[in-house]
Design a binder for this molecule. Sequence first.
Ligand code: URP
Ligand code: ZN
Ligand code: ZN
Length: 480
Amino acid sequence: MPGGIDCHVHLCQDLKTGPLGLGGECADNFETGSRSAVCGGTTTMITFATQTRAEEDCSLLKVVEAYNARAEVTGSYIDYAFHVIIVRDDKDVLEAELPILVERWGITSCKLFMTYETMRLQDYQLLDVMLAALKNEITTMIHAENGDMIEWLTGEFPKKLESKAMMAPYYHALSRPPSVEGEAANRAIVLAELIENPILFVHVGSSASANVIRAAQTRGLPVFAETCPQYLNLTWEDLKRFHSPTCFENSKMVCSPPPGPDSSDQAALYIGLHNGTFTIFSSDHCPFKYDDPHGKMAGILEHEPSIQGEPCEGMTLPELAHKKVGSFRLIPNGIPGVETRLPLLFTRGVSTGRISPQKFVELTATNPAKLYGLYPRKGAILPGSDADLVIWHPEGGLPPFKLTNEHLHHNVDYTPYEGMEFDNWPRYTIARGRVVWGNGVLLGKPRDGQYLKRGPSQLGKGVAHFKKDPRRVASWVHEL
Ligand code: URP
Ligand code: ZN
Ligand code: ZN
């Protein structure tokens, strides 16, 4: 197959005010993250240059330059490109800089947040940025969760989670029931429809959200969606696995949106992979170490003397947990998975017959290339395309084995898929014609990868509606 393309990877991401913030520290840089990727059959990745609300981050160009410098420190084993995360709606900046981002950097996608106090845009701001993106043929990616609902469920008013001391990692899921995602997805669709802006929903985790996306697609709207391994392989049960006041183990599974309550969401998401609701399948690799005060333990150790007004220094983890000095809201959100993305979907999707091998390639390589303006250089086996290839073991060629974190090449001390059985794994990864991973041995080098300038999305063209429909407001909105 063509080399895997993972277009949702967090590396070297500034954490102070970002959605990964709350004290968390991104465990992978470009070297370790791309090393992990290539050992799992991925030859291209797109990572996030992140604007913050800090005044010095007002310029998106400066944000991208600073982020690029971080990539150049180590280099990358695989080819890479950037999305930009936009958290402000400075109209002059958008107008002046978006064309330069496209022209100079080939950055043709931006991600917008509907949750996280330090990241979210209000509805009118979403419209501002979407319109600016549309004018520059930049694809808008949406993190759809209703931030107000989450805050209301979490906060300290009577009857909410924290006031009842329901602060263990498991309650992260209860603070984000599927309707939180479904409401936000629906709202983003309505906003995008107003100006006829193509959008892509990242990390869709629930059937509530998949259903509104499917309905929008059926109405002919250019709405695309991504789902990720965690939503097909984890449930609320995994967040509950070691549920006790003294165990913080489940913080390993904390990501946003959380996986669905039970396997019925997984079944719905598999149908969505099969029937085209989902355009792409990415990892949302967001690496935090577990046993590290700047990783998942930030949820307990770093912040919380204030909750009970007592100092927590010198206390052991169980003591802290017992005193409930900590909260799911302080756990950095995100889980690692860049290396397991392809083998997991192969084992659980292709080997079981849930999706075809062709669909597998479409979701993990060809569609990502088309959606993000890399096709046909990437995502295809064609004359003129880069010779990025993955060769799997033939049927029965690799006896099933249980995964442990020691198999993996990221800089994270755990995998959420510890102990899961795999029946295949990329045998060879070939990047631009060279074998960089073969029979379990890493053969590439950290400076093999090149930065990729991208063109506009090759999906989302054409609209299935009547131009004269009076409900179609975009025609006159664009005149204003
Ligand atoms: O929990 C998650 N998904 N963390 C990564 C940041 C994001 O929103 O993609
Ligand atoms: Zn997100
Ligand atoms: Zn993400």
